[in-house]
Ligand binder design. Structure first.
Ligand code: NAD
Ligand code: IPM
Ligand code: MN
Length: 360
């Protein structure tokens, strides 16, 4: 049956990297005889420019109807001064929330060819393969009340709220344990239970869920220590499960272990594995429109889409192999460049992955 994919390039480098990822998706579809219909939609700044809002109702309706979504990235200086309620990022958050995409998988995997590109010593990162499971629809990102108020003395004060229901913790913990079962059977739950009430509940519920997974080893770590451990000895981790904001921060940090944030894909899944797939990085306004962006995180997000939503494991594996082959050929965008390699642009990198995929 024909599957429908909504493609939302977004802003900044979004259109450039999405174009390359779509080329790879089309090549994979041809090679593995998969039938996809691609439809376009706007999100973020692109949607503000066209519809006046970062996520139009028609686009949301389309997003509900399709089988999967491929997203570039949203945001940029052009829209940074808008009312927070209609900023580009709000469109993305609304989409995650409305579609119930609570399970965010962010794998940080070091391709051996990129050991030199990491800012850490090769021996610290070689063989690195960790999965950050980030809760994506709860916590401080969505908690209310949140406001900016003027106090009696005229001083401005702003506050946010960090709520977690046990059902929200339980379902993301299960994702973490299920993923660990497919990997090295270790879960590290990251929280701030020495300070935050929400983290104390988090830890309690994760411990309860762990009882159903006696084959998986569970540890707990405070987020500040986890940040330190991630750069000191990252290979100690297998699956990290954590709340929304900690996961946002730790996944950017983990990306540098792999050479660049331009290498880190992500999947945001609901309870039926319907998903939105996007690189973990942003719209990189500083390099937008210059054919400099690394498209591999988005291309690898297509691989995750084929794996998790469409269960096309051979096609997903083939894309990962094609990326590895291109790295073997010595092709590098600027962010992963090292001595002796051949510097290429966004388009050339995408073309090379398509060619490598065709050859497999
Ligand atoms: P960013 O991830 O866009 O960029 C951080 C740095 O990484 C920049 O130096 C950028 O050039 C570099 N970089 C990012 N992706 C790259 C790639 N594919 N290839 C090479 N270099 C890359 O983060 P930022 O600068 O903090 O945010 C810029 C905008 O993106 C903001 O508006 C922010 O809100 C938005 N953002 C969106 C998403 C998303 O859509 N999921 C994620 C993060 C940030
Ligand atoms: C990400 C981004 C988003 C987040 C922003 C753009 C809302 O940083 O996908 O990691 O904080 O979740
Ligand atoms: Mn982020």
């Amino acid at each position: 049956m024909k599957k429908k994919i909504l493609v939302m390039p977004g802003d900044g480098i979004g259109p450039e990297i999405t174009r390359e990822a779509v080329k790879v998706l089309e090549q994979a579809a041809q090679k593995f005889s998969l039938d996809f219909e691609l439809v376009d939609g706007e999100l973020g700044g692109a949607a503000i420019d066209k519809h006046g809002v970062p996520l139009a109702d028609t686009t949301l309706a389309l997003a509900r109807e399709v089988d999967a979504i491929l997203l570039g990235a949203v945001g940029g200086p052009k829209w940074d001064t808008l009312d927070p309620a209609i900023r580009p990022e709000r469109g993305l958050l609304k989409l995650r929330s409305e579609l119930g995409l609570f399970g965010n998988l962010r794998p940080a995997l070091l391709y051996p060819q990129l050991a030199e590109a990491s800012s850490l010593k090769p021996e610290v990162v070689s063989g690195l393969d960790i999965l950050i499971v980030r809760e994506l629809t709860g916590g401080i990102y969505f908690g209310t009340p949140r406001d900016t108020v003027i106090l009696d003395n005229g001083e401005r004060m702003a506050y946010d709220t960090l709520p977690y229901k046990e059902s929200e913790i339980r379902r993301i913990a299960k994702v973490g344990f299920d993923m660990a079962r497919l990997r090295n059977k270790k879960v590290c739950s990251v929280d701030k239970a020495n300070v935050l009430a929400s983290s104390r509940l988090w830890r309690e519920v994760v411990n309860e869920v762990a009882k159903d997974y006696p084959d998986v080893e569970l540890s707990h770590m405070y987020v500040d220590n986890a940040a330190m451990q991630l750069v000191m000895a990252p290979k100690q981790f297998d699956v990290i499960v954590t709340e929304n904001m900690f996961g946002d921060i730790l996944s950017d940090q983990a990306s540098m272990l792999t050479g660049s944030i331009g290498m880190l894909p992500s999947a945001s899944l609901d309870s039926n594995n319907k998903g939105m797939y996007e690189p973990s990085h942003g719209s990189a306004p500083d390099i937008a429109g210059q054919n400099l962006a690394n498209p591999l995180a988005t291309i690898l997000s297509v691989s995750m889409m084929l794996r998790y939503t469409f269960n096309q494991l051979a096609a997903a594996d083939a894309i990962e192999q094609a990326v590895s082959d291109v790295l073997d050929q010595g092709l590098r965008t600027g962010d992963i460049f090292s001595e002796g390699m051949r510097k290429v642009g966004t388009v050339e990198m995408g073309d090379a992955v398509v060619a490598a995929l065709a050859k497999l």
